[in-house]
Design a protein around this ligand. Structure first.
Ligand SMILES: Cc1cc2nc3c(=O)[nH]c(=O)nc-3n(C[C@H](O)[C@H](O)[C@H](O)COP(=O)(O)O)c2cc1C
Length: 364
């Protein structure tokens, strides 16, 4: 095992000795940019979530909590290189989403490099590499979490991308494959390959979606790195993130934000039903503006989740599942306002683990 690591270290040393001084200067500027940002204010991020964190949802989050750093859903680097249609779908955005991070997955460094150049040309702030997805299909093809055990490829990907673009590159990964033992070395090497930030989900690949939250190894990791480190996994809201981040530079929230973009605001902010209704209307309008009808229909799952803490409006949630146009969304919500005016100023907390897990799995 020792020889394996020693070999990788010497391989890395050889590689980086060949990079020019100008390269180091630019990369240092970028590294300092995010480090400074993290020192001004903790990085509070919307997690990348396939099927959820599209441009309309990211805009909704930024309109409510402008300090949030938003990550896109993951896109295949290969797809971005070969499909103009995917480029348009994935990279079209609104300026209010800045700083916007596009996440990509794949396995060949060359594809990552080419995709990075395309992403940069769209004015995106930063690119994140998926080295944590545990889905069977993804791992079997050598993408996502499997890069944690194909380390040479992982470092080469970061290196190729860093050389090819001047925007920062970050990595989202997990505690490890089976346990945390290689986390510190893996992330140190990513840092040496010019990763500008790492996000670590406290679960290992083997744990997939199970286990009890434990951030201790991520706190330990931070002591060994100079770049910002963000933690992720089962964080309920901004206040919970501040409590859990400890010595880290920030935190990332995923599922708890479904139907609750207010979770990115401090002081456990709970919206009134009126605010929720306004936000559903806005979200529906943005989905309609930015996506064609087919995707609008797929996006109904977002809309119903906003109302999951109001049991009295169950019937309207069922109607929202069948909407076909923004007018229908507005009609349903106007009916709630008219028929349940007594609920409009009511605030109901939804930021419990049970509530978002039920919301995520429920069909309606
Ligand atoms: C529906 C869904 C889709 C996801 N898609 C991605 C993805 O595209 N890229 C990624 O790195 N992680 C993805 N994840 C993982 C999340 O980013 C996050 O790491 C995970 O949900 C744990 O955080 P949470 O407990 O705050 O939700 C996804 C999770 C969910 C629930």
């Amino acid at each position: 095992m020792f020889f394996y690591f020693a070999n990788i270290s010497s391989w890395l040393n050889k590689k980086y000795c060949t990079l020019s001084k100008d390269f180091y200067k630019t990369k240092n500027m970028n590294k300092n940019f995010w480090l400074n940002k993290a020192q001004e204010w903790p990085i509070c991020a919307l997690a990348p979530m396939d099927g959820y964190t599209d441009s309309p949802y990211r805009q909704v989050v930024k309109e409510i909590a402008p300090n949030t750093v938003v990550f896109s859903e993951f896109y295949s680097a290969d797809g971005l290189v070969h499909s103009k249609e995917l480029q348009k779908k994935a990279l079209t955005h609104n300026q209010k989403e800045y700083p916007l991070i596009i996440q990509i997955f794949w396995k060949d460094p060359e594809k990552f490099r080419d995709a990075a150049q395309i992403i940069e040309s769209y004015g995106i702030t930063w690119i994140d590499i998926n080295m944590g997805c545990p889905a069977k299909k993804v791992v079997k093809s050598g993408h996502g979490s499997s890069l944690m055990i194909q380390r040479e490829t992982a470092f080469k990907i970061v290196e190729e991308m860093s050389k090819a673009v001047s925007i920062p590159i970050s990595v989202k990964t997990r505690l490890g494959w089976e346990n945390h033992e290689l986390l510190i070395d893996f992330c140190k090497w990513l840092q040496d390959a010019w990763a500008n930030l790492v996000t670590v989900h406290w679960r290992t690949y083997k744990q997939a979606f199970t286990g009890q939250a434990n951030f201790e190894w991520i706190y330990e990791l931070k002591k060994h790195l100079n770049i910002p480190v963000i933690c992720n996994g089962d964080i309920l809201n901004y206040d919970d993130g501040i409590k859990k981040m400890n010595n880290l530079d920030g935190f990332m929230i995923g599922r708890a934000s479904f139907g609750n973009p207010w979770c990115f605001l401090p002081w456990d902010y709970t919206p009134t039903l009126t605010e929720i209704i306004q936000t559903i209307k806005r979200h529906g309008d943005l989905l309609w503006e930015m996506k064609w009808k087919k995707w609008m229909l797929e996006a109904r799952k977002h809309l119903v989740q906003y109302l999951h803490s109001f049991p009295w409006v169950k019937e309207y949630r069922t109607n929202l599942v069948h909407v076909e146009s923004p007018e229908e969304i507005h009609d349903i919500l106007n009916r709630i306002e008219k028929e349940h005016s007594e609920l409009l100023n009511m605030r109901i907390k939804s930021s419990t683990k049970e509530s978002y897990e039920t919301a995520w799995w429920c069909e309606c």
